[in-house]
Design a protein around this ligand. Structure first.
Ligand SMILES: NC(=O)c1ccc[n+]([C@@H]2O[C@H](COP(=O)([O-])OP(=O)(O)OC[C@H]3O[C@@H](n4cnc5c(N)ncnc54)[C@H](OP(=O)(O)O)[C@@H]3O)[C@@H](O)[C@H]2O)c1
Length: 324
C-alpha cells in the first residue's frame, strides 16, 4: 500500500480507501462488511468513507459496530453532511444548526468521539459560506472534527471557500470528493487545477464507474444477476452515465491492456486515476471480499506512460482536459 498526504496537509491516507455507499449497512450483511474492513486494514487501507445519509444512517451504524474492534488511532474516519435526514425544514443542508446536530448524530452512530474528515456532501446555495465555515471551525475547536472538506463542489465555490475561510481566520477545506474515473474525467478541467493550486487533496468516488470498468459486463447482454447494474433499486446512475454498448466494448479493450500488464481491469482503472497529481486516494466500494482483494492490487500497480496515454485516448475527457 502507498500513502499520500491529503493535499498539502499532514494527515496521510492510503491511496485506496474503503467506501460504504449502497454496501456496508445496506446491501452487504454485517458479517461480510466486517470481513471487508478486516481485509482492508490488513491490506494497508487506513481510511473509511461514509455519509450520514447512506441508508439513512445505516452505514454509519454498521461501521460504528464494526470499528469497535479496532484502535481508533489506526484509521482515518470520513463522513458527510448535507443530504436530507428527515422531512423538517432544517433536516438538510449546511446551516450551522443542521451541521452541528448531524455531527453529533454521526458521532453517536459511529460510536466515536471525533470525525477525522467531515465533508460537505454537496453545496448548499441557501446557506452563506461564512456560516458553514464558522460551524466547521467551531466543531474543530470543540474536538468533534479534525478536518473538513467538500464533495462535488464546483471549482469556483471551492476557491471561494478557501478565500473566505482565510479572511475569517478559520480552517479552510482540506479535501474534495468528486466523481472521477476513466469514464468521468470532468474534474480535470477546473476542479483538479483549483485543488492543486490550493493544496486540497482529492479522494475520488466511483473510480470503477459503479463496476462497469471491471469488465464484468458484456456488450449487448443484460447484466448478470447480483450485480449493481442488474438491480433497479441501485442502477439508475450507472445506467444513466455509463451503460452503452460502446462503453462496454471499450472496457473489453481496457481489459486486454490490463492483461498485458498482468493486471485486472479494475486494478488498471484505479491505478490510472491515481496517476493524476491532484489525487490523494480512490474510494473503493465492494460487495464481496474478493472484489476488495482485486482492487487492493491497484495500489502497487505501475502504468507505463504509453499505456496511460492510450487509456486517455480510449476514454477521452473534454478538450480542455490536460492529461498530466
Ligand atoms: N461523495 C459522493 O457523492 C459519493 C457518491 C458515490 C459514492 N461515494 C463514495 O465512494 C465509494 C465508491 O463509490 P462506488 O461504490 O460508486 O465505486 P465503484 O468502485 O465505481 O463501484 C463499486 C461497485 O462496483 C462493483 N465492484 C467493485 N469492485 C469490483 C471488482 N473488483 N470486480 C467486480 N465488481 C466490482 C461492486 O458492485 P456489485 O458487486 O454490486 O456489482 C461495487 O459495489 C462509495 O462507497 C462511497 O463511500 C461518494
Amino acid at each position: 500500500m502507498q500513502y499520500r498526504n491529503l493535499g498539502k496537509w499532514g494527515v496521510k491516507l492510503s491511496t485506496i480507501g474503503l467506501g460504504s455507499y449502497l454496501t456496508i449497512g445496506m446491501h452487504v450483511d454485517d458479517e461480510t462488511a466486517a470481513e471487508c474492513v478486516r481485509v482492508a486494514f490488513d491490506g494497508g487501507i487506513n481510511w473509511i468513507d461514509t455519509a450520514n445519509a447512506y441508508n439513512n444512517g445505516g452505514a454509519e451504524l454498521a461501521l460504528g459496530r464494526i470499528l469497535q474492534d479496532y484502535d481508533r488511532d489506526d484509521y482515518v474516519l470520513a463522513t458527510k453532511v448535507w443530504a436530507p435526514m428527515g422531512e423538517g425544514a432544517n433536516d438538510r443542508g449546511l446551516s450551522a444548526k443542521h451541521v452541528f446536530e448531524q455531527c453529533h448524530a454521526s458521532l453517536r452512530r459511529l460510536q466515536t468521539d471525533y470525525i477525522d474528515l467531515y465533508q460537505c456532501h454537496r453545496p448548499d446555495p441557501e446557506t452563506p459560506l461564512e456560516e458553514t465555515i464558522r460551524i466547521m471551525e467551531d466543531l474543530a475547536r470543540q474536538g468533534k472534527i479534525l478536518y473538513w472538506g467538500t464533495s462535488e463542489w464546483p471549482a469556483e465555490l471551492i476557491q471561494e471557500a478557501v478565500d473566505v475561510a482565510k479572511m475569517m481566520g478559520c480552517r479552510p477545506p482540506v479535501s474534495n470528493q468528486p466523481r472521477y474515473s476513466l469514464m468521468w474525467r470532468e474534474p480535470e478541467d477546473s476542479v483538479f487545477p483549483t485543488c492543486l493550486k490550493n493544496g486540497i487533496g482529492n479522494v475520488v468516488f466511483s473510480p470503477l464507474a459503479h463496476g462497469v470498468l471491471t469488465a464484468k459486463y458484456e456488450p449487448g447482454e443484460p447484466p448478470p444477476e447480483g450485480t449493481r447494474a442488474a438491480d433497479e433499486s441501485q442502477n439508475r446512475i450507472l445506467m444513466d452515465l455509463y451503460w452503452t454498448d460502446e462503453n462496454l466494448r471499450k472496457v473489453k479493450k481496457l481489459e486486454e491492456m490490463a492483461g498485458d500488464l498482468g493486471l485486472t481491469a479494475a486494478q488498471l482503472s484505479m491505478a490510472w486515476c491515481l496517476r493524476h497529481p491532484a489525487l490523494t486516494s480512490v474510494i473503493s466500494g465492494v460487495t464481496k471480499v474478493s472484489q476488495l482483494e482485486d482492487n487492493l492490487g491497484a495500489a502497487e500497480a505501475e502504468i507505463p506512460d504509453d499505456v496511460y496515454e492510450a487509456l486517455c485516448e480510449l476514454f477521452p475527457g473534454s478538450e480542455e482536459s490536460a492529461a498530466p
